[in-house]
Design a protein around this ligand. Structure first.
Ligand SMILES: *Cc1c(COP(=O)(O)O)cnc(C)c1O
Length: 357
Protein backbone atom coordinates (compact mmCIF):
# COMPACT_ATOMS: atom_id res chain seq x y z
CA UNK A 1 0.00 0.00 0.00
CA UNK A 2 1.08 3.55 -0.74
CA UNK A 3 2.30 5.62 2.18
CA UNK A 4 -0.48 8.14 2.42
CA UNK A 5 0.00 11.42 4.21
CA UNK A 6 -2.38 12.05 7.09
CA UNK A 7 -1.65 14.68 9.72
CA UNK A 8 -2.47 13.33 13.18
CA UNK A 9 -3.27 15.55 16.14
CA UNK A 10 -4.07 13.41 19.17
CA UNK A 11 -6.54 14.51 21.79
CA UNK A 12 -4.86 15.61 25.05
CA UNK A 13 -7.75 14.30 27.14
CA UNK A 14 -9.69 11.09 26.72
CA UNK A 15 -13.45 10.95 27.12
CA UNK A 16 -14.98 8.56 29.59
CA UNK A 17 -16.17 5.45 27.76
CA UNK A 18 -19.74 4.22 28.22
CA UNK A 19 -20.42 0.75 29.67
CA UNK A 20 -20.16 -1.54 26.65
CA UNK A 21 -23.12 -3.61 27.81
CA UNK A 22 -25.43 -0.59 27.88
CA UNK A 23 -24.82 0.97 24.50
CA UNK A 24 -27.62 2.34 22.33
CA UNK A 25 -27.29 3.48 18.70
CA UNK A 26 -25.44 6.57 17.51
CA UNK A 27 -25.38 8.66 20.67
CA UNK A 28 -21.76 8.40 21.80
CA UNK A 29 -18.70 9.28 19.71
CA UNK A 30 -15.03 8.42 20.06
CA UNK A 31 -12.04 10.69 20.81
CA UNK A 32 -11.03 11.42 17.21
CA UNK A 33 -12.39 12.10 13.74
CA UNK A 34 -11.05 12.21 10.20
CA UNK A 35 -11.40 15.32 8.01
CA UNK A 36 -10.25 16.15 4.49
CA UNK A 37 -11.10 19.11 2.28
CA UNK A 38 -11.80 19.49 -1.41
CA UNK A 39 -11.23 22.66 -3.36
CA UNK A 40 -11.98 22.89 -7.06
CA UNK A 41 -8.75 23.10 -9.02
CA UNK A 42 -6.75 21.65 -6.13
CA UNK A 43 -8.54 18.36 -5.48
CA UNK A 44 -8.78 16.60 -2.12
CA UNK A 45 -6.23 17.94 0.38
CA UNK A 46 -5.29 18.36 4.04
CA UNK A 47 -6.19 14.88 5.28
CA UNK A 48 -6.07 14.94 9.07
CA UNK A 49 -7.13 13.07 12.17
CA UNK A 50 -8.01 15.48 14.97
CA UNK A 51 -9.85 15.41 18.31
CA UNK A 52 -13.62 14.86 17.89
CA UNK A 53 -15.19 18.30 17.90
CA UNK A 54 -18.00 20.43 16.43
CA UNK A 55 -17.39 22.01 13.03
CA UNK A 56 -18.11 25.58 11.97
CA UNK A 57 -19.99 26.16 8.75
CA UNK A 58 -21.20 29.27 6.97
CA UNK A 59 -25.01 29.53 7.21
CA UNK A 60 -25.09 29.71 3.41
CA UNK A 61 -23.25 26.37 3.04
CA UNK A 62 -24.88 24.44 0.18
CA UNK A 63 -25.49 21.34 2.32
CA UNK A 64 -28.07 23.21 4.45
CA UNK A 65 -30.11 24.43 1.52
CA UNK A 66 -29.84 21.90 -1.25
CA UNK A 67 -28.70 18.72 0.50
CA UNK A 68 -25.63 17.93 -1.58
CA UNK A 69 -24.24 15.15 0.60
CA UNK A 70 -23.61 11.40 0.70
CA UNK A 71 -22.79 8.95 3.46
CA UNK A 72 -21.84 5.38 4.28
CA UNK A 73 -22.37 3.05 7.22
CA UNK A 74 -20.30 0.04 8.24
CA UNK A 75 -19.14 -1.70 11.39
CA UNK A 76 -15.86 -2.71 13.03
CA UNK A 77 -15.90 -5.71 15.37
CA UNK A 78 -13.54 -6.97 18.04
CA UNK A 79 -12.71 -10.65 17.67
CA UNK A 80 -12.12 -13.02 20.58
CA UNK A 81 -8.41 -12.63 19.86
CA UNK A 82 -8.82 -8.86 20.40
CA UNK A 83 -8.25 -8.04 16.76
CA UNK A 84 -10.34 -5.34 15.11
CA UNK A 85 -11.98 -6.37 11.83
CA UNK A 86 -14.20 -4.72 9.21
CA UNK A 87 -16.78 -6.34 6.93
CA UNK A 88 -16.26 -5.69 3.18
CA UNK A 89 -15.21 -2.03 3.69
CA UNK A 90 -13.99 -1.81 0.07
CA UNK A 91 -17.62 -2.21 -1.01
CA UNK A 92 -18.61 0.80 1.09
CA UNK A 93 -15.93 2.92 -0.54
CA UNK A 94 -17.05 1.86 -4.01
CA UNK A 95 -20.63 2.71 -3.14
CA UNK A 96 -19.57 6.06 -1.69
CA UNK A 97 -18.13 6.94 -5.09
CA UNK A 98 -21.26 5.74 -6.91
CA UNK A 99 -23.28 8.03 -4.62
CA UNK A 100 -20.76 10.85 -5.28
CA UNK A 101 -21.32 10.52 -9.02
CA UNK A 102 -25.08 10.84 -8.63
CA UNK A 103 -24.80 13.91 -6.37
CA UNK A 104 -22.12 15.65 -8.53
CA UNK A 105 -19.58 15.33 -5.70
CA UNK A 106 -15.94 14.77 -6.71
CA UNK A 107 -14.83 11.17 -6.25
CA UNK A 108 -12.48 10.14 -3.50
CA UNK A 109 -9.49 7.78 -3.76
CA UNK A 110 -11.11 4.58 -2.42
CA UNK A 111 -7.84 3.04 -1.30
CA UNK A 112 -6.83 6.20 0.53
CA UNK A 113 -10.26 6.52 2.18
CA UNK A 114 -9.97 2.94 3.44
CA UNK A 115 -6.47 3.62 4.70
CA UNK A 116 -7.72 6.72 6.56
CA UNK A 117 -10.66 4.80 8.00
CA UNK A 118 -8.38 2.05 9.31
CA UNK A 119 -5.95 4.57 10.75
CA UNK A 120 -8.74 6.40 12.60
CA UNK A 121 -10.12 3.13 13.98
CA UNK A 122 -6.70 1.98 15.09
CA UNK A 123 -6.16 5.27 16.97
CA UNK A 124 -9.55 4.81 18.69
CA UNK A 125 -9.37 1.02 18.92
CA UNK A 126 -10.12 1.01 22.66
CA UNK A 127 -13.59 2.21 21.66
CA UNK A 128 -14.40 -0.99 19.75
CA UNK A 129 -16.71 -2.75 22.22
CA UNK A 130 -16.07 -6.42 22.98
CA UNK A 131 -19.49 -7.41 24.36
CA UNK A 132 -21.48 -9.89 22.23
CA UNK A 133 -23.61 -8.13 19.63
CA UNK A 134 -21.87 -4.76 19.97
CA UNK A 135 -19.67 -3.04 17.40
CA UNK A 136 -18.06 0.25 16.44
CA UNK A 137 -20.30 1.93 13.88
CA UNK A 138 -18.31 3.81 11.24
CA UNK A 139 -19.90 6.78 9.47
CA UNK A 140 -18.00 8.28 6.52
CA UNK A 141 -19.78 11.27 4.92
CA UNK A 142 -19.13 14.03 2.42
CA UNK A 143 -20.95 17.34 2.18
CA UNK A 144 -20.89 20.60 0.20
CA UNK A 145 -19.62 23.45 2.38
CA UNK A 146 -19.33 26.32 -0.08
CA UNK A 147 -21.37 29.38 1.01
CA UNK A 148 -23.56 29.93 -2.05
CA UNK A 149 -27.30 30.15 -2.53
CA UNK A 150 -27.26 29.50 -6.26
CA UNK A 151 -28.30 26.01 -7.31
CA UNK A 152 -25.20 24.31 -8.64
CA UNK A 153 -22.65 21.77 -7.42
CA UNK A 154 -20.38 23.16 -4.73
CA UNK A 155 -16.76 24.12 -5.42
CA UNK A 156 -15.68 22.89 -1.97
CA UNK A 157 -16.46 19.81 0.15
CA UNK A 158 -15.54 18.11 3.39
CA UNK A 159 -15.04 14.35 3.72
CA UNK A 160 -15.30 13.22 7.34
CA UNK A 161 -15.35 9.93 9.25
CA UNK A 162 -16.78 9.63 12.75
CA UNK A 163 -17.04 6.54 14.97
CA UNK A 164 -19.70 5.46 17.45
CA UNK A 165 -19.75 2.36 19.68
CA UNK A 166 -23.19 0.76 19.30
CA UNK A 167 -25.15 -1.82 21.24
CA UNK A 168 -26.66 -5.13 20.17
CA UNK A 169 -29.52 -4.47 17.75
CA UNK A 170 -31.51 -7.31 19.28
CA UNK A 171 -31.39 -7.15 23.05
CA UNK A 172 -33.39 -10.36 23.50
CA UNK A 173 -32.33 -12.25 20.39
CA UNK A 174 -33.41 -11.70 16.81
CA UNK A 175 -37.08 -10.66 16.73
CA UNK A 176 -39.72 -10.49 13.95
CA UNK A 177 -41.32 -7.07 13.40
CA UNK A 178 -44.68 -5.68 12.22
CA UNK A 179 -44.61 -3.91 8.89
CA UNK A 180 -47.17 -1.68 7.17
CA UNK A 181 -47.24 -1.70 3.37
CA UNK A 182 -47.00 1.98 2.38
CA UNK A 183 -49.58 2.87 -0.26
CA UNK A 184 -49.43 6.66 -0.18
CA UNK A 185 -45.83 7.85 0.19
CA UNK A 186 -42.85 6.61 -1.82
CA UNK A 187 -39.19 6.58 -0.81
CA UNK A 188 -37.66 7.01 -4.23
CA UNK A 189 -38.43 6.73 -7.93
CA UNK A 190 -36.47 5.47 -10.88
CA UNK A 191 -34.36 8.36 -12.17
CA UNK A 192 -34.24 9.94 -8.71
CA UNK A 193 -31.63 9.33 -6.02
CA UNK A 194 -32.93 6.09 -4.47
CA UNK A 195 -29.81 4.14 -5.43
CA UNK A 196 -27.48 6.72 -3.83
CA UNK A 197 -26.89 6.89 -0.08
CA UNK A 198 -27.92 10.48 0.38
CA UNK A 199 -29.66 12.43 3.15
CA UNK A 200 -32.65 13.49 1.05
CA UNK A 201 -33.91 9.91 0.71
CA UNK A 202 -34.03 9.65 4.48
CA UNK A 203 -35.75 13.02 4.89
CA UNK A 204 -38.36 11.87 2.37
CA UNK A 205 -39.02 8.67 4.34
CA UNK A 206 -39.66 10.22 7.76
CA UNK A 207 -43.34 11.04 7.29
CA UNK A 208 -44.37 7.51 6.34
CA UNK A 209 -42.24 6.07 9.13
CA UNK A 210 -43.78 8.41 11.70
CA UNK A 211 -47.33 7.54 10.67
CA UNK A 212 -46.63 3.81 10.65
CA UNK A 213 -45.05 3.99 14.10
CA UNK A 214 -48.09 5.83 15.47
CA UNK A 215 -50.16 2.85 14.33
CA UNK A 216 -47.92 0.35 16.07
CA UNK A 217 -45.74 -0.77 13.15
CA UNK A 218 -41.98 -0.72 13.32
CA UNK A 219 -41.32 0.08 9.64
CA UNK A 220 -42.99 0.47 6.26
CA UNK A 221 -42.65 -1.68 3.18
CA UNK A 222 -41.96 0.64 0.25
CA UNK A 223 -43.62 0.08 -3.11
CA UNK A 224 -42.42 1.46 -6.45
CA UNK A 225 -43.18 5.11 -7.18
CA UNK A 226 -44.87 4.63 -10.55
CA UNK A 227 -47.46 1.92 -10.04
CA UNK A 228 -47.46 1.42 -6.27
CA UNK A 229 -47.36 -2.26 -7.04
CA UNK A 230 -43.84 -3.65 -6.89
CA UNK A 231 -41.89 -4.12 -3.69
CA UNK A 232 -38.71 -2.06 -3.26
CA UNK A 233 -37.36 -2.00 0.31
CA UNK A 234 -38.40 -2.28 3.94
CA UNK A 235 -37.59 0.80 6.05
CA UNK A 236 -33.97 1.48 5.17
CA UNK A 237 -33.22 -2.17 4.47
CA UNK A 238 -33.36 -4.39 1.42
CA UNK A 239 -35.99 -7.11 1.51
CA UNK A 240 -36.16 -10.86 0.82
CA UNK A 241 -39.04 -13.36 0.63
CA UNK A 242 -38.98 -17.14 0.65
CA UNK A 243 -41.79 -18.68 -1.37
CA UNK A 244 -42.04 -22.45 -1.97
CA UNK A 245 -38.37 -22.97 -1.18
CA UNK A 246 -37.16 -20.18 -3.47
CA UNK A 247 -35.71 -16.92 -2.18
CA UNK A 248 -36.74 -13.75 -4.04
CA UNK A 249 -35.44 -10.19 -3.71
CA UNK A 250 -36.44 -7.19 -5.83
CA UNK A 251 -34.02 -6.66 -8.70
CA UNK A 252 -31.97 -3.45 -8.68
CA UNK A 253 -34.00 -0.98 -10.71
CA UNK A 254 -32.46 2.43 -10.08
CA UNK A 255 -34.59 3.32 -7.06
CA UNK A 256 -33.40 0.53 -4.75
CA UNK A 257 -30.22 1.04 -2.72
CA UNK A 258 -27.73 -1.75 -3.40
CA UNK A 259 -27.04 -3.06 0.10
CA UNK A 260 -23.79 -4.81 0.93
CA UNK A 261 -25.72 -7.10 3.27
CA UNK A 262 -28.10 -7.84 0.36
CA UNK A 263 -25.15 -8.69 -1.87
CA UNK A 264 -23.63 -10.92 0.84
CA UNK A 265 -26.93 -12.74 1.42
CA UNK A 266 -27.20 -13.43 -2.32
CA UNK A 267 -23.64 -14.76 -2.37
CA UNK A 268 -24.27 -16.94 0.71
CA UNK A 269 -27.41 -18.42 -0.83
CA UNK A 270 -25.57 -19.22 -4.07
CA UNK A 271 -22.77 -20.81 -2.01
CA UNK A 272 -25.33 -22.99 -0.21
CA UNK A 273 -27.09 -23.89 -3.47
CA UNK A 274 -30.36 -22.48 -2.22
CA UNK A 275 -32.53 -21.29 -5.15
CA UNK A 276 -32.53 -17.48 -5.28
CA UNK A 277 -33.67 -14.92 -7.86
CA UNK A 278 -33.54 -11.16 -8.25
CA UNK A 279 -36.71 -10.05 -10.02
CA UNK A 280 -39.70 -7.73 -9.84
CA UNK A 281 -42.11 -8.90 -7.19
CA UNK A 282 -45.50 -7.33 -6.54
CA UNK A 283 -47.23 -6.97 -3.19
CA UNK A 284 -50.16 -8.86 -4.75
CA UNK A 285 -47.91 -11.85 -5.35
CA UNK A 286 -46.86 -11.88 -1.68
CA UNK A 287 -50.46 -11.87 -0.45
CA UNK A 288 -51.42 -14.55 -3.00
CA UNK A 289 -48.49 -16.72 -1.91
CA UNK A 290 -49.62 -16.28 1.68
CA UNK A 291 -53.19 -17.39 0.84
CA UNK A 292 -51.82 -20.41 -1.02
CA UNK A 293 -49.75 -21.24 2.10
CA UNK A 294 -46.59 -20.79 0.04
CA UNK A 295 -45.07 -17.76 1.76
CA UNK A 296 -42.50 -19.20 4.14
CA UNK A 297 -40.30 -16.34 5.34
CA UNK A 298 -39.67 -12.62 4.85
CA UNK A 299 -36.79 -10.51 6.14
CA UNK A 300 -34.99 -7.21 5.74
CA UNK A 301 -31.20 -6.91 5.38
CA UNK A 302 -28.86 -4.07 6.34
CA UNK A 303 -25.71 -3.26 8.30
CA UNK A 304 -27.55 -2.16 11.47
CA UNK A 305 -29.70 -5.26 12.11
CA UNK A 306 -27.99 -7.62 9.62
CA UNK A 307 -31.24 -9.66 9.30
CA UNK A 308 -34.62 -8.38 10.47
CA UNK A 309 -37.41 -10.98 10.12
CA UNK A 310 -40.87 -9.73 9.13
CA UNK A 311 -43.54 -11.32 11.34
CA UNK A 312 -46.56 -9.40 10.13
CA UNK A 313 -47.52 -7.44 6.99
CA UNK A 314 -50.55 -5.11 6.77
CA UNK A 315 -51.94 -3.97 3.44
CA UNK A 316 -55.33 -2.52 2.46
CA UNK A 317 -56.90 -3.51 5.74
CA UNK A 318 -55.61 -7.09 5.65
CA UNK A 319 -53.03 -8.42 8.06
CA UNK A 320 -50.98 -11.53 7.34
CA UNK A 321 -48.79 -13.36 9.83
CA UNK A 322 -45.65 -14.87 8.34
CA UNK A 323 -44.22 -18.10 9.77
CA UNK A 324 -46.39 -17.70 12.89
CA UNK A 325 -44.49 -14.44 13.57
CA UNK A 326 -41.41 -16.49 14.44
CA UNK A 327 -37.92 -16.14 13.02
CA UNK A 328 -37.66 -18.50 10.03
CA UNK A 329 -35.07 -21.24 9.79
CA UNK A 330 -33.34 -19.67 6.80
CA UNK A 331 -33.42 -16.15 8.30
CA UNK A 332 -31.73 -17.51 11.41
CA UNK A 333 -29.15 -19.47 9.42
CA UNK A 334 -28.21 -16.40 7.38
CA UNK A 335 -28.08 -14.22 10.49
CA UNK A 336 -25.84 -16.69 12.33
CA UNK A 337 -23.52 -17.17 9.35
CA UNK A 338 -23.11 -13.49 8.59
CA UNK A 339 -22.58 -12.41 12.18
CA UNK A 340 -20.04 -15.19 12.82
CA UNK A 341 -18.08 -14.16 9.74
CA UNK A 342 -18.30 -10.48 10.77
CA UNK A 343 -17.15 -11.06 14.32
CA UNK A 344 -14.41 -13.50 13.37
CA UNK A 345 -15.76 -16.54 15.22
CA UNK A 346 -15.62 -18.74 12.07
CA UNK A 347 -13.50 -19.12 8.94
CA UNK A 348 -14.29 -16.61 6.21
CA UNK A 349 -14.31 -18.55 2.91
CA UNK A 350 -15.28 -15.41 0.99
CA UNK A 351 -12.48 -13.08 2.12
CA UNK A 352 -15.03 -10.56 3.42
CA UNK A 353 -13.28 -9.79 6.68
CA UNK A 354 -10.57 -7.12 6.67
CA UNK A 355 -8.17 -6.62 9.57
CA UNK A 356 -7.69 -3.06 10.75
CA UNK A 357 -4.12 -3.57 11.83
C1 LIG B 1 -27.75 1.63 3.63
C2 LIG B 1 -29.07 1.20 3.09
C3 LIG B 1 -29.42 -0.17 2.93
C4 LIG B 1 -28.57 -1.30 3.43
O1 LIG B 1 -27.29 -1.33 2.93
P1 LIG B 1 -26.16 -2.18 3.69
O2 LIG B 1 -24.96 -1.94 2.88
O3 LIG B 1 -26.62 -3.61 3.65
O4 LIG B 1 -26.09 -1.65 5.07
C5 LIG B 1 -30.63 -0.47 2.35
N1 LIG B 1 -31.49 0.49 1.95
C6 LIG B 1 -31.20 1.80 2.11
C7 LIG B 1 -32.18 2.80 1.66
C8 LIG B 1 -30.00 2.19 2.67
O5 LIG B 1 -29.72 3.50 2.82
Amino acid sequence: MKDYQIDVQLSSTKKEKPAFNQLSFGTVFTDHMFVMDYTKGKGWHDARIIPYQPITLDPAAIIFHYGQTVFEGLKAYKTKEDEVVLFRPDENMKRLNRSNQRLCIPEIDEEFALFALKKLISIDKDWVPNVEGTSLYVRPFIFADEPYLGVSPSNTYKFMIILSPVGAYYKEGINPVKIAVESEFVRAVKGGTGNAKTAGNYAASLKAQEEAEAEGFSQVLWLDGREHKYIEEVGSMNVFFKIKGEVITPELNGSILEGITRKSVLELLHFWNIPVVERKISIDEIFQAYHASELEEAFGTGTAAVISPIGELSWQGEKIIINEAKTGELSKKIYDSLTSIQTGSVEDPFGWRVEVE
